[in-house]
Design a protein around this ligand. Sequence first.
Ligand code: HEM
Length: 611
Amino acid sequence: LSNYYESYTGNKITEEEYKQHVKRNTSFWCTVEVLPCDPREGRRIDGSCNNLKYFTIGSNRTPTYRMLPASYSEGFEPRLSKRGETMPLARAVRTNILLEGHVPDRQFTQMLTHFLVFIVGDFVSVQDTINYVLWTPYCCTEKGKSDYMCTPNSVPNDDPVHRFSNVRCLNMTRPGSYQRNGCAPNNTVPERTISGTPSFDLSNIYGNSMASLNEKGRLFEKGLLKYEIEDGKMWPPSIKGPNLCYANQPPRETRCHDTPERGSNAIVGANIITIWIWRYHNAIATALANINPCWNDERLFFTTREIVIAAIIQIFYYELLPLMMGRDNLIRDGVISPDLGFRDIYDSNYAPQISLEYPFAWRWTHTIQEGNIKMYDNKGYHLKDMKLVNMTLRTAYVVENIDGITQGAIRQPMAKFDKAVDFDMAEVVLGPHQYASDVFTSDLAKNRYFFLAPYIKYREYCFGERIRSFDDLVHMFDPDSIELLKESYKDVEDIDLIAGMWLEKYIPGGTVPGTFYCIIAQQQLRSVVSDRHWYERPNRPNAFTLDQLLEIRKSSMAGLLCAVGDSITEVQPHAFVRAGPGNEMRDCTQIKQLNMLAWRDKSCRVNQWGK
Ligand code: HEM
């Protein structure tokens, strides 16, 4: 009997139909293999069987949903303006409304953006970026003109930066879609393909398939992940030979992680946090093995994974998100619980999916990314600086400097939540991997190629406001921001979602734009409601006991750093917030850690000494 299904529709297909896909080279994106679900089994690596009714959904490569219907023009091209004209040039709008500059934040540390970039790696897809960087780097050349996938961004002659260079075009490609990949009819709206699983399950650590976890992750001994020891420290396994770390500078720089997902080698934040979580997994597995000598590798591994996922998601939901979104807002909207005990808001009518808008909205955080990485020693003396954009796909450099980077991450301020964006994010982005790029222009252009509805429709959806003219924006924007929007767009309906978010006022009680808050909060809630394996639930396969959950609640970024962070012996208790009055640095012995005895299995026979 076949276990194959169409990834797009969830419909079962025959063995023969699957073979056809293999022949046409469409099996990867168009099909998923789901072995029969067992309601008692834990969270699958590939995300399938989370919802027992819609059991393919939640698996990697299954579709997102749209908060609002697609908005596009004929032939599935980006929408036209209200007056029927092509929309204003993405790069021109970007340079008109975002300033380039450097304003340090007074409150938050670099650790906040490092952690975020790691978290988004759990559910995003790098294939669109890989596409234009590696496979389709030619969109600005003659060859690009005849390639349907090429959608480069023109740079106007009077561009504030490139008027001084000969760059008149920035390379970019269309998002990959089920339609383009031959999985759905071409006369339907192109829907984006995403390679990661949609749930918060650390698939960026454990992989999106059992095969890759088994091949690259598990040691199959004592519940451990494969590891290497170098300079007395533990590292994820590395590739010997050709690899993805294109920016390594051999012969000195050779290390490149060989983990189930290769995003671990990408942006510096994802890289360092992968290293820490890798070590954390092994530390937890070792502690579990010590207290439960009768547990086998399988049980140790999957219990550890359950604990590590819960600990990281606890940090994300209860420590990081409240700082950005406002704790009271999140409690009011049911995203987080005000209590420490269990909570169960699971509803099997919701399939475990993310909205298309969700990863898109996270791009707004590109505006708070600081491009200069400052390194310090563990006494807080400044050592040196390095450009963040030159660390992408350069694992050996990151590993060699990880002590300084870690100390920097808890000391250096993040870029301020404001209208100024970092120079390198605005003009370089991909370091040596592409001559010139502008992540904000790409974000605005992708906004249009995802066919997202106009900004004002989201505003209406989120806050029930009808907006008919620029004058209706007065309570959402400063007057100068409205002026900038008027300069860029002829009609209020033309405003792109991301452009609205770039300039919008912050949600009361938080430090993020109102519409960003709405899109993110909706998904964070839905992710709790639709995840049968959510860690706060008491009734689920392998559920934590109350004692165990109370230990998970002690997780914090500072605790993670004290357990596995490089050169960390002291840290401020709120590591996403700069040290200062009320958040003074303190010795790691004063930072809470999980008490693993909550996982002691009494059925493991006590040994002859009664220990
Ligand atoms: C706060 C930290 C960051 C967060 C949360 C973040 C988040 C995201 C998200 C969610 C996407 C969309 C991915 C998708 O739709 O599948 C994205 C795209 C991207 N990000 Fe970031 N990012 C961060 C920092 C950075 C940094 C430091 C760089 C570069 C050094 C970078 C470069 C890019 C690029 C090149 C893209 C693709 C743009 C395109 O669509 O062409 N990001 N980011």
